[in-house]
Design a protein. Structure first.
Length: 201
C-alpha cells in the first residue's frame, strides 16, 4: 500500500462527513412533509452549521422553502407532461389540469398554506420565488416543445406565455387565499386553452 490517502478513504474516516446544501434541502423537505414549521436555527443545528453558513447556502428561509416546494412539485409536472394526450393547446391545457389536480391532492402543500396563507403565497407566487421561477421554466419547456413541433402558433413570446400560464395556475389554484373563493381547475384549463388558441395579431 502507498502512503497516500484517497478522497474516498478520507470520506470514510469517523467524523469526516460534511453537510452540503443538498442536505439542507433534504431536511427541509422532510420538515415540510411532516407538516412541521421550518426553523432555520434548528435546521442549522441538525446540519452542524452556523446559521450564517446555512443562510449563505440557501439565501433565505423563503428561498429555501420555494426550492423545497418545487422539488416536490417537479415530479407532478413531469407526470402531467407524460400522461397528457394529443398536442397543441389541448395538450398544454391538459398538462395544466393534471398538474393542478395533483397539487390539490398534495396535503403537505395545503398544510403549509393553511398555517400562514399570506406568507405561503409570498413563498409560492412572488416574482423572487424559486417556485414561480422554476414553474415558469417548466411551462416554457412544454410550450417550446409544442411550438417546435408546429402544434401551437404562439401569439406572444414564449417567455410571456409561460409567465401568464403560471399566473393563471396560481390565481385559480390559490383562489381561497387571494379572493376567498374555491380553486377552479376547469377554469384554469379553459383559460390556458383560450390563451394558446388566440390568433396572432
Amino acid at each position: 500500500m502507498t502512503g497516500s490517502v484517497t478522497p474516498l478513504e478520507r470520506s470514510l474516516e469517523p467524523g469526516a462527513a460534511r453537510a452540503t446544501p443538498l442536505d439542507a434541502l433534504r431536511l427541509a423537505q422532510e420538515t415540510l412533509l411532516a407538516g412541521e414549521t421550518l426553523d432555520m436555527g434548528a435546521l442549522a443545528a441538525q446540519l452542524g452549521l452556523s446559521r450564517a453558513t446555512l443562510y449563505r447556502w440557501v439565501g433565505s428561509k423563503e428561498r429555501l422553502l420555494g426550492e423545497v416546494l418545487w422539488s416536490l412539485a417537479a415530479d407532478a409536472m413531469d407526470a402531467a407532461v407524460d400522461d397528457a394526450r394529443g398536442s397543441g393547446p389541448d395538450f398544454v391545457a391538459e398538462v395544466i389540469e393534471r398538474y393542478m389536480n395533483a397539487a390539490l391532492g398534495f396535503e403537505p402543500l395545503w398544510r403549509f398554506v393553511a398555517r400562514d396563507p399570506e406568507y405561503a403565497l409570498k413563498v409560492i407566487a412572488s416574482r423572487h420565488s424559486p417556485m414561480q421561477r422554476r414553474s415558469i421554466a417548466a411551462v416554457h419547456r412544454v410550450l417550446e416543445q409544442q411550438a417546435s413541433a408546429g402544434a401551437i402558433e404562439p401569439a406572444l413570446a414564449l417567455d410571456s406565455l409561460a409567465y401568464l400560464i403560471v399566473r393563471i395556475v396560481e390565481s385559480f389554484l390559490y383562489t381561497d387565499v387571494i379572493t376567498g373563493g374555491e380553486p377552479d381547475v376547469g377554469a384554469a384549463r379553459d383559460a390556458v386553452r383560450a390563451l394558446l388558441s388566440a390568433p396572432r395579431a
